[in-house]
Design a protein around this ligand. Structure first.
Ligand code: MN
Length: 489
């Protein structure tokens, strides 16, 4: 779904150096966009060598209205006087990256003369271009480096994915079945504020409508989905009826979401009227297909899951709804254990998931729900929580190191992930709690904290990052200053 997005390459210049220079600039800019596109996750399309206020204003208008344009990347091959950029940039509604590069890698010792200097003056032009964005207080990403090198291309690619997260966010619809879990505070939020700021359309559908849709699912449809389950997972239960029931739930939820254009959903174990099982496997397999999910009516984490999945590898990466459950506090081996009562996305799995059925005491389940059970894979990751501070949204990101769970936990009937929070478990927990982070998070192996920072900047929301270097003192100071700054904004 995200594969249709493109980025536009807008190159700054001016008339001062004559038509020949402009022809060369355009030829090179086309070549660069084509070559970079081959190594970037999304196409970079050369659009214009901008020399006038009108050209820049026109290309910005066009970008704003083109749904396939997920952002613009600018660069100044020559000097591009920046007053001509003002009228365009103040109206720009798309993510903006300034790539400070130049066509040639090296200064040619024999060839260099004043003509060469006038043509190849990105070091000069990019500073003028940078000033105007700073002067206009524009949210932007600045990336410097040679355009054929791996490092800057990787950073542009990462930024592109964050910008796709912006596009997905702005058109995101969330389907809620039931309200938030009674009395829970952190999963609440101002849906008008969220729609204004992030674009999310968060609305509710009756559980009764879902039950009606489930009753209309045919046995043939269930057979077809059972074939998919059998191919992707090990069936480790004799209770095939429970799996078929989950298939029925999945098909019905998918039909309703697709009909409404929703890419995320939430439900709650407190409202399953007319259903035999809380959707477990059903929600897990929907997440595996890129849909966001949040338990206990947590539509914020559901939306963030959908967005971060879209930002991940191939437009559906290893990001999942997660919940902090319990700690292992043995000295020197301190870990968090994350899981959920059923719904952990198999994109986190370290090996082939098993379908199991077990009794679920919590909620209104009449029968044992089927769910996928697996261990999460090892590796660096992040956990992300979006909270509503009243008047503003705060995005909290913490660096973590996932490990293969240090014990088998044979009686734990759910998928599980184990990790070490940064900077260490106790400090990490103190920081997380000080910042107000939720027990629900999106855990991601393939979206970075820098991408989430870029996303938060493009969305104009507060960003807090807990790293290996964070102390409680430094975080408290940052939160205090953030409170002041966001009051002024
Ligand atoms: Mn939960």
């Amino acid at each position: 779904m995200s594969k249709t997005y493109k980025f536009w390459f807008v190159v700054g210049s001016q008339f001062l150096y004559g038509p020949e220079v402009l022809e060369t600039v355009e030829k090179r800019a086309r070549e660069m966009a084509e070559e970079m596109s081959k190594r970037l996750p999304y196409a970079l399309e050369y659009k214009v060598t901008a020399k006038t206020n009108k050209e820049i204003t026109d290309i910005v208008k066009e970008a704003n209205y083109d749904d396939t344009c997920a952002g613009i990347i600018t660069w100044c091959h020559t000097f591009s006087p920046s007053k001509m950029w003002i009228n365009g940039l103040v109206n720009l509604q798309k993510p903006y990256c300034h790539f400070a590069t130049q066509y040639n890698r090296e200064i040619p010792n024999d060839e260099i003369d004043m003509d060469f200097m006038n043509l190849n003056q990105a070091a000069h032009g990019d500073r003028e271009h940078g000033f105007i964005a700073a002067r206009l207080r524009m949210p932007r990403k600045v990336i410097a480096g040679y355009w054929q090198d791996e490092a800057p291309l990787k950073r542009i690619g990462d930024w592109m994915k964050a910008a796709v997260g912006v596009a997905v966010s702005k058109s995101l619809k969330v389907m809620r079945f039931g309200d938030n879990m009674r009395e829970v505070a952190v999963t609440e939020g101002d849906k008008v504020e969220v729609q204004t700021k992030l674009g999310w359309q968060v609305n509710t559908w009756a559980v009764g409508d879902l039950v009606k849709e489930m009753n209309a699912v045919t046995e043939a449809e269930i057979d077809a989905l059972m074939d998919v389950y059998t191919a992707e997972y090990d069936i480790a239960t004799d209770n095939i009826g429970a799996i078929r029931y989950q298939a029925r739930e999945e098909i019905a939820m998918k039909k309703m979401m697709d009909r409404e254009g929703c890419l995320a959903f939430s439900n709650t174990f407190q409202d399953l009227y007319g259903m035999e099982q809380l959707p477990g496997l059903a929600s897990q397999h929907l997440m595996a297909q890129g849909y966001g999910y949040g338990g206990e009516g947590d539509w914020k984490v559901s939306a963030m899951t959908a967005i971060m999945k879209a930002m991940g590898e191939g437009g559906n990466g290893a990001s999942a709804f997660m919940e902090d459950y319990t700690y292992h506090l043995e000295a020197g081996r301190e870990y968090s254990l994350g899981a959920h009562m059923l719904e952990v996305c198999p994109s986190l799995a370290g090996s082939k998931p098993r379908i199991e059925t077990h009794h679920l005491g919590i909620g209104m389940n009449e029968k044992d729900p089927a769910r996928l059970v697996f261990e999460g894979k090892a590796g660096p990751a992040i956990v992300v929580s979006l909270i509503d501070m009243g008047g503003r949204l705060r995005l909290i990101v913490q660096d973590i190191e996932c490990v293969k769970p240090i014990m088998e936990m044979p009686n734990l009937p759910v998928a599980r992930v184990m990790w070490r929070a940064m900077p260490d478990l106790a400090t990490g927990v103190e920081c997380w709690i000080t910042a107000g982070g939720a027990h629900h998070t999106v855990l991601s192996y393939d979206v970075s904290a820098e991408q989430m920072k870029d996303w938060a900047r493009m969305m104009d929301i507060e960003f807090v990052h807990i790293t290996a270097d964070t102390t409680v003192d430094s975080l408290e100071k940052e939160l205090f200053l953030n409170n002041l700054a966001w009051k002024l904004k």
